[in-house]
Design a protein around this ligand. Structure first.
Ligand SMILES: [Fe+2]
Length: 194
C-alpha cells in the first residue's frame, strides 16, 4: 500500500498535535494515542478501506484538541463540575474545530473533532444531532472515547475492566450507534487489550 503525500502530511499534523497535547496533559495524550491506534484497527475490523481507517485513526487521535482551549483546573477537576464549568467543557468540540479550520483538513477528520460528543439519541452536543445524521467517524470515536475513559486510570478514577466497561456501554446504549456498538463489543471480546 502506498501512502499519498496528503496522508503523510496529515500524519505529521497529527504527531505535531500529539506533542502539544503531551506537554499539556500526558494522560490525555495517552488517551488520544490509544484512540488513534484503536479506531484505525476498528476501521479495518468493520471493513473500511486502509485510507479510511488511517483517516479515522487521525480523527480519533486529535478529537480532543479543543481541550487546549479549556482551563486546565476545570478540565481536571476531580470533584463534581458546576453547571458553569460543564458549560465551558462543552465548548471543546467547537473550539477544536475552529482551531483546525485554517488547515482545511479532510472533513471526515474534523467531523471527529466537532461531533464526538453527539449521542445517537440526539441528547449530545454541540448540535444535538441524532442517528445517522452524526457522521460515521464521529459515531465510532464516540464509542471508543467512552470505553477508554471508563477503562483508563486517572488520579481520581480507577480504570474498570474491559467487561465492566462493555456492561456500562450496554446500559447506556441509547447514546451509541447500535450496529457499531455490536461490532465494537465483538471486537473487544476477541481481544480486550486496550
Ligand atoms: Fe471530548
Amino acid at each position: 500500500m502506498s501512502t499519498t503525500s496528503a496522508e503523510l502530511q496529515l500524519e505529521k499534523i497529527s504527531r505535531f498535535i500529539g506533542g502539544i497535547m503531551r506537554g499539556r496533559d500526558p494522560d490525555l495524550a495517552d488517551h488520544l494515542q490509544r484512540l488513534d491506534a484503536k479506531t484505525a484497527e476498528f476501521g479495518r475490523y468493520i471493513g473500511l478501506s486502509e485510507t479510511e481507517s488511517s483517516l479515522l485513526g487521525i480523527g480519533g487521535g486529535i478529537h480532543d484538541i479543543g481541550k487546549l482551549c479549556i482551563n486546565e483546573q476545570v478540565l481536571n477537576k476531580p470533584s463534581r463540575l458546576t453547571s458553569a464549568e460543564f458549560f465551558f467543557i462543552k465548548q471543546h468540540p467547537m473550539a477544536g474545530y475552529q482551531l483546525l479550520a485554517p488547515l482545511e483538513l479532510d472533513t471526515r477528520v474534523t467531523d471527529c473533532v466537532l461531533h464526538h460528543h453527539e449521542n445517537f439519541d440526539g441528547s449530545g452536543y454541540p448540535h444535538g444531532l441524532a442517528g445517522e445524521n452524526i457522521p460515521l467517524f464521529a459515531r465510532i470515536v464516540r464509542i471508543w472515547d467512552s470505553y477508554d475513559a471508563i477503562t483508563m486510570n486517572r488520579p481520581y478514577h480507577k480504570g474498570r475492566s474491559s467487561e465492566e466497561a462493555l456492561a456500562i456501554l450496554e446500559k447506556d446504549k441509547a447514546l451509541y450507534d447500535p450496529a457499531l456498538l455490536d461490532s465494537f463489543t465483538s471486537m473487544m471480546r476477541l481481544s480486550p487489550s486496550i
